[in-house]
Design a protein around this ligand. Structure first.
Ligand SMILES: Cc1ncc(COP(=O)(O)O)c(C=O)c1O
Length: 337
């Protein structure tokens, strides 16, 4: 790739001490200076925690930025294709469309697992440049086996984006340990979920250094603000809080599941390795609308998986409010009987 990235003032001189008259900044204030374009401190802290070398880490404006960058780096608009599984995270489709790239959506099987046989005819398609694997998958909550992911990594001549946005809630191990073995693997994580920083917009990519150098070539020079970098650093330095919150969410998740399965209007609660449940209802639209009337908003997934809704695990109080509201709806309703 011949592209030359913009070389910012902070790229050309990265020390922090001195009289800075190089970036046309305002000399007054507290947020007057441009942030570190390479997010070094955040990457150093993450490196210690995740046992991944600093140069194998890329920081983005939310992991959605990485999804978009991948289309822009690896796909020729109107020519190349990407592949994802269905149902999965909706942003792959949106980003594909924005970048004028065809997205092939391969259906998951009845257990929401990848059927490798459905991929076999696609291996020879040289235009497939990106494959999105979301594990734990949104909205189904299940993970995919390392063996299946490795099969895809080996068979396809494409970049495999393993979206691990929910991995910190899961018992399944992250596959960041495999980036040394597969140069086409890009593992994405985020500060938006287990780290509790969705408002800050900080995403993480782990990959081979060459792949990272390509992302760096086209990212906006200052893609992560000073405030956002500080928010991530603050979180990274308080691991007790991070672990406590995950533990509280996982306890609340079990309690929520225990209650959900007892309700008339819930036919099935799918197993989940994330901080949400996909549930099936005899009438998902009616249940969704009735909950909105009670000011409780869950996610309508009916179009992706018939009669299904996605429920995020909230605080114990929020979960209790949800359960009570559904109980009341069930009592008033005759549609489920
Ligand atoms: C699977 C998955 N990947 C990525 C994201 C986006 O994360 P971020 O907030 O880092 O852009 C989400 C957000 O819901 C998600 O569900």
């Amino acid at each position: 790739m011949q592209l030359k990235p913009y070389s910012s003032a902070r790229d050309e001189y990265s020390k922090t001490e001195g009289i800075f008259l190089d970036a046309n900044e305002n000399p007054y204030g507290t947020l007057n200076r441009y942030p570190d374009p390479n997010q070094l401190e955040v990457r150093q802290e993450l490196s210690k925690l995740k046992k991944v070398a600093v140069n194998n880490i890329f920081i983005s404006n939310g992991s959605d930025e990485i999804i978009d960058l991948c289309f822009r780096v690896f796909c020729k608009p109107g020519v190349d294709k990407a592949l994802s599984f269905s149902p999965s995270y909706g942003m792959y489709k949106v980003s594909a469309a924005v970048n004028d790239v065809e997205l092939l959506e391969v259906p998951l099987d009845i257990n929401f697992d990848i059927e490798l046989e459905t991929l076999t005819p696609l291996i020879s398609d040289k235009h497939i440049k990106l494959i999105f694997i979301c594990s734990p998958n949104n909205p189904t909550g299940n993970t995919f086996s390392k063996e299946k992911i490795e099969f895809i990594l080996k068979k396809f001549n494409a970049i495999i984006i393993l979206d691990e946005a929910y991995i910190d809630f899961s018992e399944t191990e992250s596959l960041t340990s495999m980036i040394g073995s597969y140069k086409n693997l890009l593992v994405c994580q985020t500060f938006s979920k287990a780290w509790g920083l969705a408002a800050a917009r900080v995403g993480i990519g782990y990959a081979d250094t060459y792949l990272i150098s390509l992302l760096k070539k086209i990212k906006a020079p200052y893609n992560v603000s000073q405030l956002n970098q500080e928010a991530a650093l603050f979180a990274l330095k308080d691991l007790i809080h991070y672990k406590n919150t995950i533990e509280r969410i996982l306890i609340a998740k079990e309690e929520l599941k225990y209650e959900l399965v007892k309700l008339d209007s819930i036919r099935k609660v799918y197993p989940s390795q994330a901080n949400f449940f996909l549930i099936e209802s005899p009438d998902a639209i009616a249940l969704y609308n009735a909950l909105v009337q009670e000011n409780i908003i869950i996610r309508q997934r009916h179009k992706l998986v018939p009669n299904c809704l996605r429920i995020t695990v909230g605080t114990p109080e929020e979960n209790k409010a949800l359960i009570n509201a559904i109980k009341n709806i069930d009592e008033k309703s005759f549609i489920y009987r």
